[in-house]
Structures are given as structure tokens and as C-alpha cells.
Ligand binder design. Structure first.
Ligand SMILES: CCCC/C=C/CC(=O)SCCNC(=O)CCNC(=O)[C@H](O)C(C)(C)COP(=O)(O)OP(=O)(O)OC[C@H]1O[C@@H](n2cnc3c(N)ncnc32)[C@H](O)[C@@H]1OP(=O)(O)O
Length: 243
């Protein structure tokens, strides 16, 4: 699945809806046992949640958007397929979450590309299921430090921390992703799927059990004037950076 929503593959409601529909189609296709996620936008894997969906909108919109974000994560983290992220560009926040939610992450070894859960830098807080996914990948200490600081890690640092599994030159990315996929698909599906479910079930169940509470938390938090102000300032900063 190639993300193609220029300029930065931000995860808008439309993007997320299409992502979920595409994933469901693949999940229901018995011929399809694995998916590689990558980007068709140069230098960007995904810039994370579309900030404009969380700024200046109604409470109803925030709730609809957050349910879609939850749905995307539940489907991807709970997927029966082998999922490989071929990260060919920067991947902050929600973009990093997509990569973390996959079974395996390969990143292009470009020092300009960054990845991480940088929510704290925007004055917002990653919800418990972002945090759980991160902890399950890199361990508690690395996740705690990285989340509190809202760190965006270079590709080599992300590799050192275990946030990504492998680094490759850009020209080798697709070949490597295909090789990893072949390795994972060589196992019997039922054994791999049951093992994956055993490893991820507690974290998935936690969100399912607290889904509406999590929506309400998000809506209450994001609609606070102080948080809206932080997001507006962050968007301004992104725009100024270009001038
Ligand atoms: C409260 C509960 C928790 C909620 C959880 C939220 C998780 C999230 O995902 S929040 C989103 C966090 N994302 C970021 O912090 C990334 C911000 N973007 C960047 O750092 C850079 O844009 C980039 C490194 C991804 C790319 O840099 P580049 O120089 O190539 O492009 P830009 O000129 O910065 O951007 C082009 C264009 O796109 C707009 N934009 C960028 N990111 C977003 C975004 N996440 N949402 C909406 N719009 C975004 C940027 O403002 C530019 O717009 P203009 O062309 O109109 O100026």
C-alpha cells in the first residue's frame, strides 16, 4: 500500500477512511497474506495526524476523527496479515504510530529522515494506546524518555533504539521489504497469527474496553482553548519555517 497524499501524507479523515477500506479489502482477500506500507511522496512517509482535523472544528468532528484514528490502529495492530513498514521518509507522531503498529520496520538510512512520537513538542499528549505500542517495541525506559521529550530520532538513532529494525540505502528498500515479507510468510499462517494475537491482545483489548472513554478524553482535551492555541502556534511555526 503506497501512501500518496501530497504534500506530506498527513492522516486526514479522508486518508484514514481510505486506509481502513483498503486494509479491510486486503484482509478479506484470501490471496493476500501480507502488506508492505510505503510512501509515494518523496522524503515523507507520513507527517502524522492532520492537524487541521484537530483545530477549529466542532466537538462532533473531533469525536468522528478520533474514532477513525482508533479504527485505523485497531485494524492494523490486530491484522492477521504480515505487515511491514518500508519507511522512505520522515515519520513523526501518527506516521511513526503506523510504522510501530506493523510487524517489522525498515527505514532508509538518510540522516535527514526523522521518526518518533513528538506529540509533547506540540503540547499534546499521546494516548495510552500510542504509548503501549511504543513500549511494546522499544521497552519502557526508551519509550518513557522519548515520549516525555517528544523526541524525533534520526534514522540511525531510531535503529540503535530498536524503533526501526533495519536500515537500508533507498535503492535497496523495496527489495529488502520483499525479502523480509518472504521470510515471515514462510511460516504457517495459523501459528504466526495466533502468536501475533497472543502478543498484542491485551493492548488491543484495553482500547476496545475503553473506546468511548478515550474518545471523550480526546474531545475534552483537544477542544481546550490552551490546546487549540498550541496547535495554531505549531501550524504557524510550520508555515514560517518555509519563508
Ligand atoms: C491529543 C491527543 C493526541 C493526538 C495525537 C496526535 C498525533 C499526531 O500525529 S499530531 C501531528 C504531528 N505531526 C508533526 O508534528 C509533523 C509536522 N510536520 C513536519 O514536521 C513537516 O511538515 C515534515 C517534516 C513532515 C515535512 O517537512 P517539509 O519541509 O517537507 O514540509 P512542510 O513545508 O513543513 O509542510 C508542507 C505543508 O504541509 C503542512 N503540514 C505538515 N504536517 C502537517 C500535519 N501533520 N497536519 C496538517 N498539515 C501539515 C504544512 O503546514 C505545510 O502547509 P502549507 O504548504 O500550507 O504551508
Amino acid at each position: 500500500m503506497k501512501f500518496k497524499s501530497p504534500p506530506v501524507n498527513s492522516l486526514s479523515l479522508d486518508f484514514i477512511t481510505e486506509f481502513c477500506i483498503g486494509l479491510e479489502k486486503l484482509e478479506n482477500n484470501r490471496e493476500c497474506r501480507g502488506v508492505i506500507f510505503t510512501s509515494a511522496v518523496p522524503n515523507i512517509f507520513s507527517s502524522g495526524l492532520d492537524i487541521t482535523e484537530m483545530c477549529g472544528k466542532s466537538m462532533e468532528h473531533y469525536a468522528e476523527f478520533w474514532r477513525a484514528v482508533q479504527e485505523m490502529w485497531l485494524r492494523l495492530y490486530g491484522s492477521n496479515m504480515v505487515t511491514v513498514a518500508a519507511v522512505n521518509g520522515s515519520s513523526p507522531a501518527g506516521g511513526c504510530l503506523i510504522a510501530l503498529t506493523c510487524d517489522y520496520r525498515i527505514m532508509v538510512e538518510n540522516p535527514k529522515f526523522v521518526i518518533g512520537l513528538n506529540e509533547a513538542q506540540l503540547g499534546i499528549v499521546a494516548p495510552f494506546w500510542f504509548k503501549d505500542t511504543f513500549v511494546n517495541t522499544v521497552g519502557h525506559r526508551v519509550a518513557e524518555r522519548s515520549l516525555q521529550l517528544g523526541s524525533l530520532h534520526s534514522a540511525s538513532e531510531a535503529h540503535r533504539l530498536g524503533l526501526v529494525d533495519e536500515l537500508v540505502p533507498e535503492v535497496k528498500l523495496q527489495e529488502k521489504a520483499a525479502a523480509v515479507m518472504a521470510q515471515w510468510l514462510a511460516l504457517p499462517d495459523h501459528a504466526r497469527q495466533l502468536t501475533k494475537s497472543m502478543m498484542r491482545k491485551a493492548v488491543l483489548d484495553r482500547l476496545v474496553a475503553h473506546r468511548e472513554e478515550d474518545v471523550q478524553n480526546f474531545v475534552n482535551f483537544i477542544s481546550k482553548e490552551s490546546i487549540q492555541k498550541s496547535l495554531r502556534m505549531y501550524m504557524e511555526m510550520l508555515k514560517k519555517k518555509k519563508r
